[in-house]
Write a protein that binds this ligand. Structure first.
Ligand code: IFM
Length: 472
């Protein structure tokens, strides 16, 4: 039992219920209609990088099944759908020449959402950098931020009359530190200074991207960024401060306050002098946002290593040797109490509530949206007289408690505007391939059959209960 089980799930009028996916994780059609490879195509085809040798060539085949997928979203009553655009489908060969077939795909998708009354929330960058831009230096190179601004402008030129909300980046923490630090993500580099340069260039890309969209869009959209916040727990204040600085404030301080924090610069002094930050960059990065996207799954418990005994590396990510914590390698990540999801992540809804309250205290007046929350579990399909079902009680319980935590945060004064469940579909879970199922809709990867899981039906009922109130 949890005290959240008794919290009534009533959300304010206008609260947005939806679900989220990302291009590389669901689209497939990797080499079709002019798309060129991204870093995740290259990485996943490199032996040993992804479990089972899985790749994104077919994924959920959403590129071909988008229309029936939209019908499913409509049947589930989704009010919003957060998806991402594949940069290398829209602008293949890292160029500024539009791929009309790619533009048509996203245009059809957005029109289909609007026809069904579903609000389109588009993420520009969910980790799939065009490989040709990686070959020119990737996020370690400043030019990638400039290319991103061009991409944002082109995307807003195509869709900027219809997208309700734009998100520049999804979880730049992963792009920078897992991509260029630990090497557990594409492009798989282990360069401590490069990881911090990537942090800055992603921040810069965000700021330039926001400005490019605002200039090109014609429908007055909302602008946002999505960050995966680390919630460091434990008794060691120094370890918690370091992780908060490197994981959270490295992004929130430049984006929302227009500065890099002194303690972050000091913690990383041995790694870099931050000379990649040029005059004027911080004012480009610091742009007003209509909402801050919050991705939350679990916590980390940290302690400074005392130099004795074995290191503890339970930071929730694949350990492939490199460090995702440049300058703070002396922080240990301790094992945490369960229960756990199938990712081995601890389930801690109370920390979602605390995180939301803390963000609204740090950034007063900044609206928040939960852009991802959900859980992987080893689901089973049950045959019933009504057809195949997935009774994913663990996921229903997880979602119920996290929605309750969000509700409690609202009661404590947080301006939370919406909640996007991760993920709409089972999909390509990066380094874990197809072995981890996050979906509220099951995907059979042999037949591409979709089954709405009990968690998907639960979300549908929650949305319906709110729609009924609004209509009454
Ligand atoms: O699948 C990912 C998603 O792409 C980004 N946020 C975390 C999810 C679960 O790991």
């Amino acid at each position: 039992m949890s005290h959240y089980d008794d919290v009534p799930l009533r959300f304010p009028e206008g609260f947005l219920f939806g679900s989220a996916t990302a291009a590389f994780q669901i689209e497939g059609a990797a080499a079709e209609d002019g798309r060129t490879p991204s870093i995740w195509d290259t990485f996943s085809k490199t032996p040993g990088k992804v479990w089972n040798g899985d790749d994104g060539d077919i994924a959920d085949d959403h590129y071909h099944r988008w229309e029936s997928d939209l019908d499913l979203m409509s049947e589930m009553g989704l009010q919003a759908y957060r998806f991402s655009i594949s940069w290398s489908r829209l602008l293949p060969h890292a160029g500024s020449v539009l791929n009309q077939k790619g533009a048509d795909f996203y245009s059809r998708l957005v029109d289909g959402l609007l026809d069904r009354g579903i609000r389109p929330i588009a993420t520009l960058y969910h980790w799939d950098l065009p490989q040709e831009l990686e070959d020119q230096g990737g996020w370690v190179a400043r030019s990638t931020a400039e290319r991103f601004a061009e991409y944002a402008s082109v995307a807003a030129g195509v869709l900027g009359d219809r997208i309700a909300a734009w998100t520049t980046l999804n979880e730049p923490w992963c792009s920078a530190y897992l991509g260029y630090g630990s090497a557990s993500h594409a492009p798989g580099r282990t360069e401590p200074e490069g990881a911090l340069a990537a942090v800055h260039h992603l921040n810069l890309a965000h700021g330039l991207g926001v400005q490019a969209i605002r200039a090109a869009a014609t429908n007055d959209p909302e602008l946002s960024v999505t960050l995966n916040f680390h919630v460091p727990l434990g008794d060691d204040a120094e370890a918690k401060r370091r992780i908060d600085a490197l994981a959270n404030r490295a992004f929130t301080s430049p984006m929302l306050l227009g500065r890099y924090d002194e303690d972050l610069l000091a913690d990383t002094r041995e790694v870099t002098d931050w000379s990649f930050v040029k005059d004027g960059d911080l004012s480009q990065i610091h742009q007003p946002l209509d909402f801050l996207g919050v991705n939350y799954y679990s916590t980390v418990t940290v302690r400074m290593w005392d130099g004795e005994g074995a290191r503890e590396r339970n930071d929730g990510h694949k350990d492939v040797g490199g460090s995702a914590w440049p300058g703070s390698e002396m922080v240990d990540f301790l094992p945490q109490e369960g229960p756990y999801t199938d990712m081995g992540w601890n389930i801690a809804p109370e920390s979602l509530e605390d995180l939301l309250v803390s963000l609204s205290e740090q950034f007063p007046g900044q609206p928040l949206v939960i852009t991802e929350n959900g859980a992987a579990f080893a689901d089973e399909v049950t045959q019933t007289p009504d057809g195949p079902r997935v009774h994913d009680a663990d996921r229903v319980r997880y979602l119920r408690r996290h929605f309750a935590a969000a509700r409690c945060a609202i009661d404590r004064g947080v301006d939370l505007r919406g909640y996007m469940v991760w993920s709409l579909f089972d999909n390509f879970e990066w380094g874990y391939g197809y072995s981890k199922r996050f979906g509220i809709v099951r995907v059979d990867y042999d037949t591409q059959e979709r089954i709405v899981k009990d968690s998907g039906l639960w979300l549908r009922d929650l949305v319906q209960a709110h729609s009924a109130t609004v209509a009454a």
